[in-house]
Design a protein around this ligand. Structure first.
Ligand SMILES: [Zn+2]
Length: 343
């Protein structure tokens, strides 16, 4: 079998490996079908937290495959089923795991493709407890966008910000993988959507996704636009993942009692906060990372009901690195999906 491994900073190599003859206990072996690219892959590729990681490391945090065999103690009925893989190892026993909050596991064994070997390989052995079934009728290339992208967005908008019908939301970087997903989910929940984008081309595509107001942040200050378009009221929820560049104005874009939910900071981790605005406006801030297993299951149900991810392109495994370069240059609209080799 082959696996795509990070062997040094910004160096990926396709390596030949021998498939272990026996699947470990409590595990299933998946033939991977699709893997998708995330900023997390880019952070890993560029060398973030190398001190805590051992190279070479198989990359890929998000993907789906089909079960081809199981460990001696696992259910044989799993064989042949399409499954998405939960992207981090959890203990299943700590208070957070017992409450179904696996993304807050206090004994977390790390994120696949970042701390631990990932899913960009022909075959992956993974604990059965980390598998989420792909419902009938959902395309595998779409389901591949569930474990990190869809589930993260679902957890942010539904579990944390509790976005409701009739509310308004500002989605930062609406053309990104999670941004485009947030627009679709927010529209599905019945919210009106403001979105920022970095080019006129992306503005057009974002409007086509259903965003009510699209702001090109290179040409207009989004804070001023949001205030003007809402009659100075502001929006109920801001969806943040850009970080340093937008944080200050994102907070000021909120209405009285508004909620800001943040899952990333691609432009930097330090930003200024107007504390007066925070308490005067009764602002709630939710830090959100990943999703519990229930978020993956809910995302699968949404996909079954027709809420699809936006796919930028489907590339072969050999183009993984080229895909990362496009992600880095922000030349994507939606998700880059990697199609793994057929058997
Ligand atoms: Zn745990």
């Amino acid at each position: 079998m082959q696996a795509l491994q990070l062997v040094a900073r910004e160096r990926l190599t396709l390596v030949e490996q021998t498939l272990p003859p026996v699947v470990p206990a409590h595990c299933a072996r998946l033939k991977m079908a699709y893997v998708t690219l995330n900023h997390l892959d880019l952070f890993g590729y560029r060398g973030m937290a190398f001190a805590k990681r051992t190279l070479p490391l198989t990359v890929g945090a998000e993907g789906v495959g089909r079960v081809v065999s199981v460990g001696t103690d696992s259910d044989l009925d799993l064989i042949g089923r399409a499954m998405a893989i939960y992207p981090s190892f959890f203990c299943g026993r700590c208070p957070a795991c017992v409450k179904g909050r696996e993304n807050l596991c206090s004994q977390s064994g790390g994120v696949m493709g970042f701390h631990r070997h990932g899913v960009a390989a022909d075959f992956v052995d993974v604990p059965v407890s980390m598998l989420v079934p792909v419902p009938d009728g959902v395309e595998l290339a779409h389901a591949a966008c569930v474990p990190v992208t869809f589930a993260t967005v679902y957890h942010m908008l539904v579990d944390n910000a509790r976005l409701e019908r009739g509310e308004s939301i500002l989605v930062q970087a609406g053309g990104s993988g999670i941004g485009s997903t947030a627009i679709r989910l927010a529209r599905h929940l019945g919210a009106s959507v403001f979105a920022t984008v970095g080019s006129n081309d992306k503005a057009e595509k974002t409007r086509a996704l259903g965003a009510d107001h699209v702001i090109n942040y290179r040409q207009q200050r989004f804070l001023r636009e949001v205030r003007e378009l809402t009659g100075k009221r502001g929006v109920d929820v801001v969806f943040e993942h850009v970080g340093a560049d937008t944080w200050e104005e994102s907070l000021l874009s909120l209405a009285l009692g508004g909620r800001l939910v943040i899952c990333g900071s691609t432009t930097g981790v330090e930003a200024k906060t107007n504390l007066m605005a925070l308490f005067n406006q009764h602002i709630h801030v939710f830090g959100s990372f990943g999703a519990p297993l229930s978020g993956l299951e809910a995302s699968m149900r949404l996909m079954r009901d027709g809420i699809e991810p936006v796919i930028d392109s489907i590339l072969p495994l050999e183009d993984f690195e080229r895909g990362l370069a496009r992600l880095r240059r922000r030349e994507v609209f939606g998700k880059i999906v990697i199609e793994m080799r057929p058997e």
